[in-house]
Design a protein around this ligand. Structure first.
Ligand code: UGA
Length: 430
């Protein structure tokens, strides 16, 4: 069966490529002609481990086609995935205009039976709206509509697609799910069939819960700093309780990226619209933004008051394994360093080209040591493995003052003492 994937962003490209890896033929549709041209020329526009390899193989095997023509993609496919983005409106709610526009276009263009799968992250009630939108088109009575949220982590998206811990399929009739289940049954044993509303809420609740864990541990980290405790030990101790679990308990600069911040805001907006106060999630978002503000405050206290201080920065992406800088803590920290009049030298293994577009005036370094050279302080903003493995002797010998302010707790404070660094981190003692 040919599958059409509409939206060649991060989710669409990963979904389409992984489906070709499973032997399906895929047409990837995007209205952005430049992007389609780049894909056609063999370029992979996003950095994601394993993706370029999959795309290359699909091209070689003739399993993938790219087009800006939605009609063409829809006409030849038995199954259509909608993977367009749902950005944040000013009031925090999700913007559904792209999803609804695509639904309308699909509706106009289907003439034989189609399985339509909504994979975009959409607030509860959206699948019903998409259904109405499809029904309105005279020719489009002939379809089944499923909602199938994704749980892909950036940096692990290909692995996550091919090894899901669970697959959620929302439907009006469980008899409708066979085609999609047939695709997933080869890679997942836990396929949960439920209704549209549950599936939609599962996606948002999962991200909101992960965000809540991070804000929780960051709040406890604040207490740790004041009372002589160590947040990494506290997190380890609670994480062994299987009811709590060890994941998402790393204290640091808080959560960033294109998903957690946006989905927490959208969940709050959805809840409030439904008449619920959403007190907990509003605090989760507040703790997260305070966490960055506190780090920046710490910086201002630790750095001598003079302009032109040379500061090294390691890490610009919102997390390791990606070149994505959306809602990255580096954006706020760098803005503050600029205000303090610092000379900023940055290094990131993947995100420098993206960061350069927003901040062309920084000094971009060829490696992590160049960023440390002659610096009065070194800030660690992303926990890339390359930084964990750094030669600390070399780093110390290059720096003007051996001060490290670590927003991701990547080193042991005792080790840093041995290397004679002044080392500040989150929720631990100096
Ligand atoms: C998140 C979810 O983890 C995925 O399951 C989901 O599919 C995806 O959003 C989405 O909705 O598409 P992602 O945004 O790629 O994935 O990033 P995460 O790995 O969740 O990390 C988010 C942020 O939290 C990063 O800034 C990371 O540094 C921070 N984080 C994570 C912590 O500060 N502490 C932790 O313990 C874990």
């Amino acid at each position: 069966m040919r599958i059409c994937v509409i939206g060649s962003g991060y989710v669409g490209l990963v979904t389409g490529s992984c489906l070709t890896g499973m032997g399906h033929s895929v047409t990837l549709v995007d209205r952005d002609g430049d992007k389609i041209a780049r894909l056609k020329s063999g370029e992979t526009p996003i950095y994601e481990p394993g993706l370029a390899d999959l795309v290359g193989k699909a091209r070689g095997a003739g399993l993938i086609e790219y087009t800006t023509n939605l009609n063409e993609g829809v006409k030849n496919a038995g199954m259509i995935f909608i993977t367009v983005d749902t950005p944040c409106n000013k009031d925090g709610s999700a913007n559904l205009s792209r999803v609804l526009q695509v639904a309308e276009e699909i509706g106009k263009n289907i003439d034989d039976f189609k399985t339509i799968v909504l994979k975009s992250t959409v607030p509860v009630g959206t699948t019903r709206l998409v259904n109405e939108c499809l029904q309105k088109q005279r020719r489009s009575q002939n379809f089944e509509l499923l909602t199938n949220p994704e749980f892909l982590r950036e940096g692990n998206a290909v692995y996550d697609f091919l090894h899901p811990e669970r697959v959620i399929i929302g439907t009006e009739r469980s008899s409708y799910t066979k085609t999609l289940t047939n695709i997933y049954k080869h890679i997942c044993e836990r396929i949960i069939i439920t209704n549209w509303e549950n599936a939609e809420l599962i996606k948002y609740s999962a991200n909101a819960f992960l965000a809540a864990k991070i804000s929780f541990i960051n709040e406890i980290a604040c207490v740790c700093e004041e009372v002589g405790a160590d947040i990494t030990k506290v997190a380890e101790g609670i994480g062994y309780d299987s009811r709590i679990g060890p994941h998402f308990l790393k204290a640091g600069l808080g959560y960033g990226g294109s998903c957690l911040p946006k989905d927490v805001s959208a969940m709050i907006a959805t809840g409030q619209k439904a008449g619920c106060e959403m007190r907990l999630l509003r605090s989760v978002a507040q703790v997260n933004s305070d966490q960055r503000r506190k780090f920046v405050k710490k910086l201002s206290k630790l750095l001598p008051e003079q302009t032109g201080l040379a500061i090294g920065v390691w890490g610009l992406s919102f997390k390791p394994g990606t070149d994505d800088i959306r809602e990255s803590s580096a954006l706020e920290v760098i803005a503050q360093l600029k205000e303090l009049g610092c000379l900023i030298k940055v290094y990131d293994p993947a995100a420098m080209p993206n960061f350069k577009l927003l901040h062309p005036d920084l000094h971009y370094c060829n490696d992590l040591y160049e960023a440390a050279r002659e610096s009065e302080a070194l800030l660690i903003l992303t926990d890339w493995q390359e930084f964990v493995n750094a030669d600390l002797n070399k780093v110390g010998s290059l720096m003007k003052s051996k001060v490290i302010i670590d927003g991701r707790n990547i080193y042991e404070p005792d080790l840093m003492k041995k290397f004679a660094f002044k080392y500040y981190s989150i929720g631990r003692q100096k």
